[in-house]
Design a protein around this ligand. Structure first.
Ligand code: NDP
Length: 449
């Protein structure tokens, strides 16, 4: 593990002591701190004003009870979270995750990452994140609706278009955003479109928001390869997950002439050397909400399903981890490098363990961290907010072009910042430092608040 700058050691120790047991949050903070040494050395004002310590302490953390009644008439109980982490650049902005693994440490890691990611987009959005340990899997639509209504019955008092604007994340898609928005509208008696993003297209949503995170990740890959004088055309691509991010990353890879040969879910992965049939994946995962195992059963054509195991065993040129945190370990990284993988871009948040991320950088791969590569989702959410504020709606082509330009901007900002701070070509350093300085400068301007 690389040493931290001496001024950052006590700050990191305090983060660990103040937030016991929140290992994912510690990991996310450490990962950023490992990049900040040259910044602290060049700008002593950040340390003198304790801006870094303040950045690690959320402005507000909300934890609440979410009772609801299942289809059998039984009362069920979940816990809800919203961490309003940093509003230096704009209203708190970040998704809601519904998954049984959600606890405060996960929400804080995601909220912390979100601050830097949102800053990197160059848009006026602060960082926040929320969710619940509710598991939508296997629940009826009516159960999901009752849960969402109960969740919003508490959350509504904390959010607003100028305060905090949640969106979707794992387990929260268009269906959940619909139920959440419906309840918000009912309780407040206001049609406040800008309070949530990821809305349906007929009621205030933006074109391209559904596709944005996956498309944006592939735009970022395109920019990295372009800067290296190469392209995605003809590349073999492996994508973990088969949810929102993975599916639309696969769609854009196909459009740009690459071939997606494997996708996965939490049960295992499927490989089809000639290229995955994306329409079948969409039908299985988005329409039927079934297991990816069905793909091999229904497709034939040489497709095979591997239970458990690691999708990173499949040799590829480009790897896009788009499932969940810490899904790609040091040993997976070693396998990818050994098999000749050239590019890794994180569609998910923190999918590579710290050892894996380091291995990619040491081996000289083009490695894009999630806070840069997957920022297209939140950037398009900010475009949705813009459209809501002006009561306008843009067409698909225009919105996608805006997304493409934003991703190019993030890419270029990473490279220039990495250069400026002595790590040329290092996207991790560029993303962490570029994201940090914009927020830190705003915090300095505001004084001690
Ligand atoms: P979804 O819930 O739509 O999809 C998640 C996918 O990952 C599912 O296919 C799920 O499988 C799979 N998965 C979960 N755990 C594992 C595992 N351990 N191994 C293999 N597959 C697994 O979520 P999203 O696509 O929205 O989000 C994915 C990641 O991207 C998350 O890290 C999220 O924070 C991040 N992200 C999402 C954004 C968005 O706009 N949606 C924006 C920026 C980042 P199963 O079906 O079995 O559960």
């Amino acid at each position: 593990m690389p040493a931290l700058h001496e001024q950052l050691i006590p700050v990191f120790e305090e983060v660990v002591n103040r937030n016991p047991g929140e290992t994912e949050f510690h990991q996310a903070v450490r990962e950023v701190f490992e990049s900040l040494g040259p910044v602290v050395a060049k700008h002593p004002e950040y340390a003198q004003s304790s801006v870094i310590g303040r950045l690690c302490e959320p402005e507000r953390q909300i934890i609440f009870r979410v009772p609801w009644v299942d289809d059998a008439g039984q009362v069920q109980l979940n816990r809800g979270f919203r961490v309003e982490f940093n509003s230096a650049l704009g209203p708190y902005k970040g998704g809601l995750r519904f998954h049984p693994s959600v606890y405060l440490g996960i929400v804080k890691f995601l909220g912390f990452e979100q601050i830097f990611k949102n800053s990197l987009t160059g848009m006026p959005i602060g960082g926040g994140k929320g969710g619940s340990d509710f598991d939508p899997k296997g629940k009826s639509d009516a159960e999901v609706m009752r849960f969402c209504q109960s969740f919003m019955t508490e959350l509504y008092r904390h959010i607003g278009e100028h305060t905090d604007v949640p969106a979707g994340d794992t387990g929260v898609g268009a269906r959940e955003i619909g139920y959440l928005f419906g309840q918000y509208k009912r309780i407040t008696n206001r049609y406040e479109s800008g309070v949530l993003t990821g809305k349906g297209l007929t009621w205030g949503g933006s074109q391209v928001r559904t596709e944005a995170t996956g498309y944006g990740t592939v735009f970022f890959v395109h920019e990295m390869l372009h800067a290296a004088g190469e392209s995605i055309e003809g590349r073999r691509v492996v994508i973990s997950g088969s949810g929102n991010v993975a599916i639309y990353a696969a769609e854009k890879v196909r459009e740009l002439g690459g071939t997606v040969i494997a996708v996965s879910d939490s049960g295992g992965y499927v490989v089809e050397e000639g290229g995955i049939d994306l329409e079948l994946v969409k039908d299985i995962k988005l329409s039927r909400r079934a297991r990816i195992e069905k793909y091999a059963q229904e497709r034939g054509n040489g497709a095979r399903y591997v239970t458990g195991g690691s999708i990173w065993e499949v040799p590829c040129d480009v790897a896009l981890p788009c499932a969940t945190q810490n899904e790609l370990t040091a040993s997976d990284a070693a396998t990818l490098i050994r098999n000749g993988c050239k590019v890794v871009a994180e569609g998910a948040n923190m999918p590579s363990t710290p050892d894996a991320a380091r291995a990619f950088q040491e081996a000289g791969l083009l490695f894009a961290p999630g806070k840069a590569a997957n920022a297209g989702g939140v950037a398009t959410s900010a475009l949705e907010m813009q459209q809501n504020a002006s009561r306008d709606s843009w067409n698909f082509a225009y919105t996608e072009e805006r997304l493409r330009i934003i991703m190019r901007g993030i890419h270029d900002r990473c490279l220039t910042t990495a250069d400026e701070y002595g790590s040329p070509g290092n996207y991790v350093a560029g993303a962490n430092i570029g994201g940090f300085t914009r927020v830190a400068d705003a915090m300095l301007a505001f004084g001690v608040v």
